[in-house]
Design a protein around this ligand. Structure first.
Ligand code: CA
Ligand code: CA
Length: 139
């Protein structure tokens, strides 16, 4: 790691005081969505779905340029959206998914969140795994 102090700065103090005994796992450095996607494209896509209940994930992923990205890049985006690093995008995280693209992204409505989850959650466990996300984006 080039900048360990940056990486650990967000962890609780036990990690910085005695890292060897710390029970927290080292988080993978989160990438910014803007390093994966073009910020102008993100802005345009967010503008296109400004109205409540207008969200269309297929068109959105196309507009932000994610659809054309490799599975590796889509997974990087997935990890940005998995805010608590659980390995899944849960319903609560999905509601705020547009904020993962830009801080001024709106919240999805409950209806949009449920429709999005239903489209992505192929195995029916109520959350979106990385593979499910990649499949949805490339669909
Ligand atoms: Ca999560
Ligand atoms: Ca699932």
């Amino acid at each position: 790691m080039l900048f360990p102090e940056l990486l650990y700065s967000s962890l609780s103090s036990c990690c910085t005081q005695s890292r060897t005994h710390c029970q927290h796992s080292t988080p993978a450095a989160k990438m910014a969505m803007s390093s994966i996607l073009n910020t102008d494209d993100i802005k345009k896509a967010l503008d296109a779905f400004k109205a409540a209940d207008s969200f269309d994930h297929k068109k959105f992923f196309e507009m932000v340029g994610l659809k054309g990205k490799s599975a590796d890049d889509v997974k990087k985006a997935f990890h940005v959206l998995d805010a608590d690093n659980s390995g899944f995008i849960e319903e609560e995280e999905l509601k705020f998914v547009l904020k993962g693209f830009a801080t001024n992204g709106r919240d999805l409505t409950d209806k949009e969140t449920k429709a999005f989850l239903k489209a992505a959650d192929k195995d029916g466990d109520g959350k979106i795994g990385a593979e499910e996300f990649v499949a949805l984006v490339h669909e």
